[in-house]
Design a binder for this molecule. Structure first.
Ligand code: PLP
Length: 429
């Protein structure tokens, strides 16, 4: 590991990769990561960082888990791939589906696997339309989502996404999508009644909006949304791509408010990012309706990598780790520490809001420039966080030790205080 090794990779990267969220005009060389262990990452020059955002919110059991490597290697030796289209199956996919059905609240019991979160949302929205079509309600196809939502970048999931920066330069959005303000049950009801309930297939929402900057809802929001969806015959899709597998301090985000969706979308944490996997868990009612279709009716929706045996084997082992190490409880405990210290930042005039739940927190500053500076300062001090607009985001692996978590929080808080022109809490100690 050396500066020249890093430079070689950075130059090749600029020459040959086109990255997700490619940024024109940025000559900035990429951070080249070469190793991870627990909650820490090493770059190609040998520098070490805390991973304050679990990579892309997904590495929830941390890095360097030999048993996940073994689960993958064992399965690759045995059967590296299998067709999972109707009529064929494989053991890891079956066992993982059964385990997820156990973990999801009843009556969510039927799993369709994908390779990631965006595909899983496409699947959930198509399942909703398919369900209504089978029921003979062919006009029920509009999907309502929320402003600030992030559901992925495919044509359906992009249209459901409520962040306009994801729409620019891609022409017209797919038809059949509506957006409502994020926390207004009234606005949702108005949208349903104005459009006509006979045209609405589903309402999709993240339990806690993550990408937008971590926005937990008011406690009565989801129970009221559930009641509204029932009243108007609208399916409720919970996008648990970030919030699933313990991130909020409960196994599923919706369990914070005792709500059960009709379709639950998962990805990221299911394998802790060690391999790509996602999916949708559908209710008994949806499965029964689909099964009641005239014989020969197919749900013509498919991915080559649906139910990939290696990804599912790693998923199963990852869920065992979450359970064995009590990581959901760890997230709840870690959340208390994060809340206590981060909320102290509210006293700064440059801090507009502090929001979060469990191990996902957002600190909103007064300007995006301040947030970017604080992000840079954190990175210089050995913490990789994330910023979006004026929001700084902290979402460490759920397996982070108490000591490491407080070190991460200290770096985060010190950087915010530094850019706010206030004294760092580290130097106060
Ligand atoms: C809530 C939510 N849904 C969907 C997605 C898209 O997942 P993927 O990038 O695996 O397609 C993300 C990604 O961050 C997400 O946060």
């Amino acid at each position: 590991m050396s500066a020249s090794f890093a430079q070689e990779l950075q130059l090749l990267d600029q020459q040959f990769q086109l990255h997700p969220q490619h940024l024109a005009g940025s000559g900035e060389p990429a951070l080249v990561l070469v190793r991870g262990e627990g909650s820490r990452l090493w770059d190609a020059t040998g520098r070490v960082y805390y991973d304050g955002v679990s990579a892309l919110w997904n590495v929830i059991v941390g890095y360097g888990r030999p048993e996940l490597a073994e689960a993958a290697a064992d399965q690759i030796r045995l059967l590296p791939f299998a067709n999972n289209y109707a009529g064929t199956t494989n053991e890891p996919a079956v066992r993982l589906a059964a385990r997820l059905a156990q973990l999801a609240p009843d009556p969510l019991n039927h799993v369709f696997f994908t390779a990631g979160g965006g595909e899983a949302n496409e699947t959930a929205m198509k399942l909703a339309r398919f369900y209504w079509s089978i029921r003979g309600k062919t006009s029920k196809h509009t999907i309502i989502s929320r402003e600030g939502a992030y559901h992925g970048t495919g044509f359906g999931s992009m249209a459901a996404t409520g962040l306009p920066s994801y729409w620019e330069h891609f022409g017209p959005l797919a038809p059949g999508f509506r957006h409502v303000p994020a926390f207004s049950v009234q606005a949702l009801e108005r949208c349903i009644t104005e459009e006509g309930p006979d045209s609405i297939a589903a309402f999709i929402a993240e339990p806690v909006q993550g990408v937008a900057g971590v926005y937990p809802p008011p406690p009565d929001y989801f129970p009221r949304v559930r009641a509204l969806c029932d009243r108007y015959d609208v399916l409720l899709i919970a996008d648990e791509v970030i919030t699933g597998f313990g991130r909020t301090g409960r196994y599923w985000g919706v369990q914070q408010w005792g709500v059960v969706p009709d379709l639950l979308v998962f990805a990221k944490g299911v394998t802790s990012g060690y391999l790509p996997l996602g999916g949708v868990i559908a209710s008994d009612a949806i499965k029964q309706e689909i099964d009641s279709a005239p014989a020969g009716t197919r749900f013509m929706h498919a991915y080559t990598y649906s139910g990939h045996p290696v990804c599912c084997a790693v998923g199963l082992r990852n869920l065992e780790i979450i359970e064995r190490e009590g990581l959901v409880e760890c997230a709840a405990q870690g959340g208390i520490a994060l809340k206590t210290v981060l909320e102290s930042l509210r006293e700064l005039p440059q801090v507009r809001a502090v929001r979060g739940l469990g191990m996902m927190w957002g600190v909103e500053l007064t300007t995006p420039q301040l947030a970017e500076r604080a992000y840079g300062q954190m990175r210089d001090d050995g913490l990789i966080a994330r910023f979006r607009a004026a929001n700084l985001i902290l979402a460490p692996p759920l397996s982070t030790s108490t000591g490491e978590l407080s070190e991460m929080i200290n770096i985060f808080v010190a950087a915010v205080r530094a850019v706010a022109g206030a004294t760092s809490i580290c130097s106060e100690r």
